[in-house]
Design a protein around this ligand. Structure first.
Ligand SMILES: CC(=O)N[C@H]1[C@@H](OP(=O)(O)OP(=O)(O)OC[C@H]2O[C@@H](n3ccc(=O)[nH]c3=O)[C@H](O)[C@@H]2O)O[C@H](CO)[C@@H](O)[C@@H]1O
Ligand SMILES: C=C(OP(=O)(O)O)C(=O)O
Length: 437
């Protein structure tokens, strides 16, 4: 088991480049299942454990997959005989595996997927996905931990989502591409990753209009072909570095960051006196000497993203005054805060809202990550803490951040990733010596 050790106090300076978006590449990989002809070539693919999990799901379904890590490229050929079943081994590793359901149902009229279950941030049901498929004529059965859907042919329908779920929008949209007739989905998710998926589907020959608005219309076509596509930059990785610069009084240039994708975060950070300079290749972020307290509420896009909530609470904890954070998307996404209490954080949780008392002198401690963004938040907390912070449970971090420790190091942070047994072997002075460059 590895851990990341951070010695706080350094100001971040320099340039960092963001990878392709995890939340865009996962559904797009699933969409490659829809092509009965030709291969798809995806570029700007991030090297993340979630991408390897999705590759394994697709391999299991009999898609020929080749991930060229040197080139950040995945080639996928689904023109052979595709299987319909995604087993628990993969789905339990990554909930996003559920998005193979729409493509399988569309292509084969049959999908059997292990039920994903909840995770550290919430119960995460899939009722909206299933409601959509049922409206399109699928018969759904839930048995022995699997959800199985069958339809001779999906039929276009009018579907209203009770909540703009990202996964349900993607799954239903993919299912509808090969359906008979037109499907209209209302109250859909509007995230940039939805638009990226729609662009990929249209390049495959699908007829999807309205992605990025509240209503998406899909006219079914008889078949789809493999195509080329470059994955959009990861707005959450970019946002995470924005917070790292903001809290360290840093001055960093985030290459490939797209300001339009991060409007709600940038607007909040500006309120906190963070300065931004945008150009066509990225964004420069300049953290102030003192951050101003601010209130934030997570919402579906274009609201403040829940995937930036944990990181934002660190900026709020070190700002001047009291801030609030209200989490409306997931019911249990404050787990990082209990770890932060051990780092001297001062806060009070009241239902969906946490009151964060600023001016906190954070102190280094050993803390465990409960999920992906909690991991990033705890590492950022380490950057502004006195002494050494040790963050464990890094499997969560590796799901969504490529070489986070190395990127921070390149920006001047004192960060080391070491094996726990190595840490036990080293004396305290030797650990300190790791940080002396
Ligand atoms: C791989 C990926 O893209 N993951 C993102 C995706 O997750 P994911 O697609 O799972 O998130 P959803 O938008 O579906 O979920 C949002 C909320 O809706 C609820 N819900 C969802 C579906 C459903 O059938 N029933 C239901 O009640 C969920 O429990 C949750 O409370 O969007 C989330 C919300 O922006 C992000 O945090 C995740 O990073
Ligand atoms: C919650 C996240 O991802 P997932 O939906 O894959 O769990 C995330 O990226 O922060």
């Amino acid at each position: 088991m590895e851990k990341i050790i951070v010695r706080g106090g350094n100001r971040l300076e320099g340039t960092v480049k963001v990878e392709g978006a995890k939340n865009a590449v996962l559904p797009i990989l699933a969409a490659t299942l829809l092509a009965s002809e030709g291969q798809s070539v995806l570029t700007n693919v991030p090297i993340l454990s979630d991408v390897f999990t999705m590759d394994n799901v697709l391999k299991h379904l009999n898609v020929a997959i080749d991930f060229n890590e040197e080139e950040n490229t995945v080639t996928a050929d689904a023109s052979g005989d595709i299987n319909f079943e995604a087993p628990f081994t993969y789905v339990s590793k990554m909930r996003a595996s559920i998005v193979v359901m729409g493509p399988l149902l569309a292509r084969l009229g049959h999908a059997k997927i292990a039920l994903p279950g909840g995770c550290a941030i919430g119960t995460r049901p899939i009722d909206l996905h299933l409601k959509g498929f049922e409206a399109m004529g699928a018969e759904i059965k839930i048995e022995n931990g699997f959800v199985e859907a069958k339809a001779d042919k999906l039929i276009g329908a009018r579907i209203y989502l009770d909540f703009p779920s990202v996964g349900a929008t993607q799954n239903i949209m993919m299912g509808a591409t090969l359906a008979e007739g037109t499907t209209t989905i209302e109250n859909v998710a509007r995230e940039p990753e939805i638009v990226d998926l729609a662009n990929f589907l249209n390049r495959m020959g699908a007829k999807v209009v309205g992605a990025g608005t509240e209503t998406i219309r899909i006219e079914g076509v008889p078949s789809l072909k493999g195509t080329d596509h470059s994955i959009i930059p990861d707005r959450i990785e970019a946002g995470t570095f924005m917070i790292a610069a903001a809290v360290t009084n840093g001055n960093i240039y985030i290459e490939d960051a797209i300001a339009d994708h991060n409007k709600p975060l940038i607007s909040k950070l500006k309120e906190m006196h963070v300065a931004f300079q945008e150009d066509e290749n990225g964004i420069r972020v300049i953290g102030p000497k003192y951050l101003k307290a601010t209130d934030v509420k997570t919402m579906p896009h274009p609201g403040f993203p829940t995937d930036m909530q944990s990181q934002m609470t660190i900026a709020q904890l070190v700002s001047q005054g009291t801030s609030t954070m209200t989490e409306t998307v997931f019911e249990n996404r404050f787990m990082h805060l209990e770890e932060l209490r051990r780092m001297n954080a001062d806060f009070k949780i009241e239902g969906q809202t946490v009151l964060l008392h600023g001016n906190t002198e954070l102190q280094g401690a050993e803390v465990a990550a409960s999920d992906l963004r909690a991991a990033a938040a705890l590492i950022i907390a380490g950057l502004v803490s006195e002494g050494y912070t040790r963050v464990t449970n890094l499997k969560h971090l590796d799901r969504g951040y490529y070489e986070f420790d190395k990127k921070l190091q390149a920006l001047g942070a004192d960060v080391e990733r070491i094996d726990e047994t190595e840490e036990q072997r080293l004396a305290a002075t030797e650990i300190e010596a790791l940080f002396v460059k």
